[in-house]
Design a protein around this ligand. Sequence first.
Ligand SMILES: NC(=O)c1ccc[n+]([C@@H]2O[C@H](COP(=O)([O-])OP(=O)(O)OC[C@H]3O[C@@H](n4cnc5c(N)ncnc54)[C@H](OP(=O)(O)O)[C@@H]3O)[C@@H](O)[C@H]2O)c1
Length: 240
Amino acid sequence: MNIALIGYGKMGQAIEDLALRRGHTITCKISSKNLQEFNPRVIQWADVAIEFSTPESAFANIATCLEAGVPVVSGTTGWLQRKEEIDRLCLSKNGAFLYASNFSIGVNIFFEINKRLAELMNKYEVYDVDVCEIHHTAKLDKPSGTAISLANDIIQRLERKKVWTISPPADNNSRSLYIDCIRKDPAPGTHTVRYTSEIDDITITHTAHSRLGFAKGAILAAEYLADKKGVFDMKDVLAI
Ligand SMILES: NC(=O)c1ccc[n+]([C@@H]2O[C@H](COP(=O)([O-])OP(=O)(O)OC[C@H]3O[C@@H](n4cnc5c(N)ncnc54)[C@H](OP(=O)(O)O)[C@@H]3O)[C@@H](O)[C@H]2O)c1
């Protein structure tokens, strides 16, 4: 498969390494230093584009690929307020787009456990809940895209939580779901969902030990998407 890498930082390089080992070809590598090469003529050689760039550039990058008729897998966080626009553009161009706030297979299983736990906890109002995410200090966005996905999945299932917030709530059992964002070095990416009561606590945690899991998931997603039309997510790739 021919892959265009849009964004060639830590993730782009990890994906290149693994993609070459799986027998794929990298047709272009775009960073802020060679943006002039990022045009429809160059990227249409690719069967699929994998986009891990910056919150500021992701929307335009994805739109450029879709306009050029190239399926796009994106993992960039911090731009999701415009995802619906991209979904509409994808459908109007009869293109293919797959977004995941986290490509690791383990995290996607964790997402499903989080949803089930929230369903179970909905009727047990003695438990309050919060989400905690810990990342290295170079991470640009806050909260992490993964923490936002966890929080939204809880809010959809737990009637006592209506919105998420990164400001500590004034009282326990607030209608806001608190996301505690901790930045420190070194820090493996860690996400915890905590249900707490006076009697006991229930905690689920996912810890990422390396970028390899994200890179592997992104390549699996690209292999899945190359011959598809429509808007997809990791649940489609992993069939969970
Ligand atoms: N979904 C997931 O599973 C997952 C996992 C890890 C990370 N992420 C997210 O993926 C994104 C990238 O992470 P990273 O660790 O690879 O960051 P990074 O190391 O900072 O790399 C960002 C890359 O984007 C390039 N870039 C800057 N402006 C650009 C533009 N206008 N068009 C195209 N590329 C541009 C940068 O170029 P220069 O180096 O020249 O500035 C760099 O190559 C972040 O949003 C991060 O939160 C998601």
